[in-house]
Design a protein around this ligand. Structure first.
Ligand code: ADP
Ligand code: ZN
Ligand code: ZN
Length: 745
């Protein structure tokens, strides 16, 4: 007789353990480890889904009382056993339930029908499309207008097309109308999938540059080790534009030549058409791509193609890490320092750690790359855990930009109250005269920082969160206040809600106001703005990026999303308006994030033939994050920051576990945090900070208390976390509270 250990697909911590079931004889062939099954569960024998994580021939209980598996899902993917081991490792490391961990590593099929997806692509330019739309509008051809409007509003429609079913079902355009427009040569209906599009022939052209010496040395070293069977973890530290992507592609080629497969992780925000195209250009149909806009079903299909061996390379954000390749030879992780590699839902894993673990389990090498490596990655190189490659020059002809730090206190002394320092103004004028482009970066969206009363000092806050509301401008006036955490909105008050004075105004600067100031100061210039407010819905990133790269505007104003990974050859000036803004964030990584942002921003200038200039405006011109970013001197930054981490016992030297407790009632939140503290103190040798109110003490009406536990002993912290979780399970009175744990994030 065969018995299966089954994890029930239910998010209740107390049920997060394997339950044993009898495998009926006729299912023995299909009931393998990793299979999805249907089982009767609990007193009422409710039918539930689950995953088999182990098999044995000895029963744990009376065989006659052991329940039987009802069905093995044939449609479900069988998780490779190593992915289950990986899930187990994640559960242990990140304190998730096994069920959550399994769900993170394997896609679950939601819909079973295999459908052929069809997309509608424009065959004419967007302008011509708009003209046609106007023409049909005059003739009252409303269905045609609906379709053309749909195309005009769809972001990246040229590359990705508009979903055929959406056009028929939602836009209510008949198939006959679609055929008619196709016959007129205005559109093309194609069943090609995302990114495999009408431009395919063009994409296939592979213009591979001859590697320079630095690049070739990395490729040779890696390949030599790879061929002699050595698998390891590597960090490529190369200044922006040093040709890391070219290296990745060469490494992948080598790995594929040996019959193995590769995963390429790229932060979602850098997963642009431009980047993906480079991989298509080189590898064509061997590549598949994942991104967050894929449905569960589509994600599943991608995984299935990988499993069947139809593709050899998977590109995507952190979840692509779990692509079920069975001959995985290489995991590349570009922009390794990006915070989006940290998962924010359970299990709260970091893709770097999981990549290294998966590489170990499968015998694959891991190559991390960054111009501004995380302290963690570089520290591991120093300790000899990763192999370090450094690229010191930009590939191709471009040199590194000249960076100038401007002390804004001096500007004030000289009575310049503008947000643009005098040097920056002059340089912008020069670029405009030469028809070169400018990027202005400010890491705060909205119109201004906050609204307050000049008389009594009241700062207008969100009702549900303990943060200030951000002013937003509509039609030239601040009319609304928005919470950037929960999305709540209020009208801008005309008098102070506390003292009634009318001296109420905005303070600090946001991207909206910068855009307005640019228009005033440089009236002839074309301006685009890119931030979370201009990129929602249809008016997406790609549209703004494309308009700017086609030089439809001279100046691009934006938040950090403009400094990440985009390549604009005509940009010769980057201005960082408030380089110290992110320094004041209340987090031990604030200096690191500031350095990374500034170095990445500087890397946007002078990517083409023309040399670039960069200006950092700041009130803290001596801060080491700013000084070393200006010199593009990573090592200088690393040494100083590591000393700080050492002194304060922060990662990567030590470990820090954040314990956040939430309640809808203020007193209860406080009470719970005190109880948690008592539990923690039962473990010896713990350094505990708190409990205190969290930096955001109230969020979406939940009161939040925080504690930090630091220790060089990682297993000890895991033990504390497990102890607290076990304790919580027994606490009836805190059932309506929540506690989350974050390790080294
Ligand atoms: P990174 O990923 O380090 O930012 P990329 O691989 O994107 O760098 O390269 C930056 C630019 O330099 C790209 O336009 C790329 O085509 C070009 N490039 C890379 N390697 C070479 C080379 N060996 N010779 C000429 N141009 C190169
Ligand atoms: Zn007031
Ligand atoms: Zn809020």
């Amino acid at each position: 007789m065969l018995f299966a250990e089954v994890i029930v697909d239910i998010s209740i911590k107390s049920l997060d353990r394997p339950f044993q079931y009898l495998v009926p004889q006729e299912m023995e062939g299909q009931a393998v480890v990793g299979a999805q099954v249907v089982i009767p569960f609990g007193m009422g024998n409710r039918q539930m889904k689950g995953f088999i994580i182990g098999l044995s021939d000895t029963p744990n209980f009376d065989v006659n009382k052991t329940k039987r598996i009802l069905k093995v899902e044939k449609q479900g993917v069988v998780a490779e056993s190593h992915l289950l081991s990986l899930a187990y490792w994640m559960k242990e490391n990140y304190g998730a339930s096994m069920n959550d961990a399994i769900k993170a590593v394997m896609p679950v099929r939601r819909e079973i029908k295999e459908k052929v997806e069809r997309f509608i692509f424009p065959k004419i330019s967007m302008d011509e499309l708009a003209a046609q739309r106007d023409f049909f509008l005059q003739k009252h051809n409303v269905a045609r207008v609906r379709l053309l409007n749909g195309l005009l509003e769809q972001e990246s429609v040229m590359e990705e097309g508009l979903d055929y079913d959406y056009v028929v079902k939602v836009l209510k355009v008949s198939q006959a109308v679609i055929r008619g427009l196709e016959e007129r040569g205005l559109i093309l209906v194609s069943s090609k999938q995302l990114y495999r599009n009408p431009l395919e022939n063009q994409l296939q052209c592979d213009s591979r540059p001859l590697l320079n010496q630095e690049q070739q040395a990395v490729v040779d070293s890696f390949c030599k080790k790879y061929d002699s069977g050595v698998r390891g973890d590597y960090l490529i530290h190369g200044v922006t534009g040093s040709g890391k992507t070219e290296i990745y592609m060469n490494l992948i080629e080598h790995v594929l030549d040996q019959g193995q497969q590769a995963i390429v992780l790229i932060p979602e925000i850098a997963l642009t058409f431009q980047t993906v195209n480079r991989f298509y250009g080189r590898f064509g149909d061997k590549v598949s791509i994942m991104h967050s806009r894929l449905s569960a079903g589509e994600r599943y299909d991608q995984f299935l193609r990988a499993k069947r061996g139809e593709i050899q390379i998977m590109i995507g954000p952190r979840s692509a890490l779990f692509t079920p390749f069975d001959r995985l030879g290489l995991i590349v992780m570009d922009e390794e320092h990006e915070s989006s590699y940290q998962s924010d839902s359970m299990p709260k894993y970091h893709a770097r750690e999981v990549a290294v673990q998966r590489g170990k389990m499968l015998g694959a090498s891991v190559v991390l790359g960054s111009a501004t490596p995380s302290l963690e990655a570089y520290y591991r190189c120093e300790k000899g855990e990763y192999i370090l490659y450094s690229l010191k020059r930009r590939a191709g002809s471009a040199g590194l930009p000249d960076v100038q730090i401007v002390d804004m206190r001096e500007e004030l002394k000289a009575k310049n109250y503008s947000v643009f320092s005098r040097p920056l103004q002059k340089m912008i004028e020069q670029r405009l005269a030469k028809k070169e482009q400018v990027i202005l970066f400010l890491n705060r969206r909205g119109y201004a920082g906050f609204v307050s009363c000049r008389l009594c000092g009241e700062v207008i806050q969100c009702d549900s969160c303990s943060v200030s509301l951000k002013p937003h401008e509509y039609g030239g006036r601040v009319t609304r206040l928005k919470c950037h955490y929960c999305g709540a909105e209020k009208p801008m008050p005309s008098v102070c809600p506390v003292c009634g004075s009318k001296y109420i105004g905005t303070f600090g600067l946001g991207t909206q106001q910068v855009e307005e100031m640019v228009r005033k100061r440089f009236p002839g210039a074309g301006v685009l703005r890119m931030d979370a407010d201009t990129t929602t819905g249809k008016e997406g990133h790609n549209q703004i990026l494309r308009a700017f790269s086609e030089q439809q505007a001279d100046i691009l104003v934006g938040t950090q999303m403009i400094v990440k990974g985009h390549d604009f050859p005509n940009v010769t000036l980057v201005g960082v308006l408030a380089a110290d803004l992110s320094l004041n964030a209340n987090h031990y990584r604030a200096s690191e994030r500031t350095f990374q942002l500034l170095a990445q921003a500087a890397g946007r200038a002078g990517r083409g033939e023309k040399p670039g200039d960069v200006v950092f405006q700041t009130y803290q011109p001596e801060h080491y994050s700013i000084v070393s970013a200006a010199r593009e001197d990573y090592l200088d930054f690393y040494r100083q920051e590591l000393a700080v981490r050492q002194m304060l016992h922060y990662p990567p030297i030590s470990n820090i576990l954040e314990v956040l407790s939430f309640s809808k009632e203020k007193e209860k939140a406080t009470e719970l945090s005190v109880k948690l503290r008592e539990e923690i103190e039962k473990e010896e040798g713990i350094v505990l900070l708190g409990p205190n109110d969290a930096p955001i003490a109230k969020l979406r009406d939940w009161y939040r208390r925080v504690m930090y536990i630091k220790s060089g002993d990682y297993p000890l912290l895991c033990r504390v976390r497990n102890r607290l979780e076990a304790w919580l399970l027994m606490q009836e009175e805190y059932k309506d509270c929540m506690v989350t744990f974050d390790m080294n994030s």
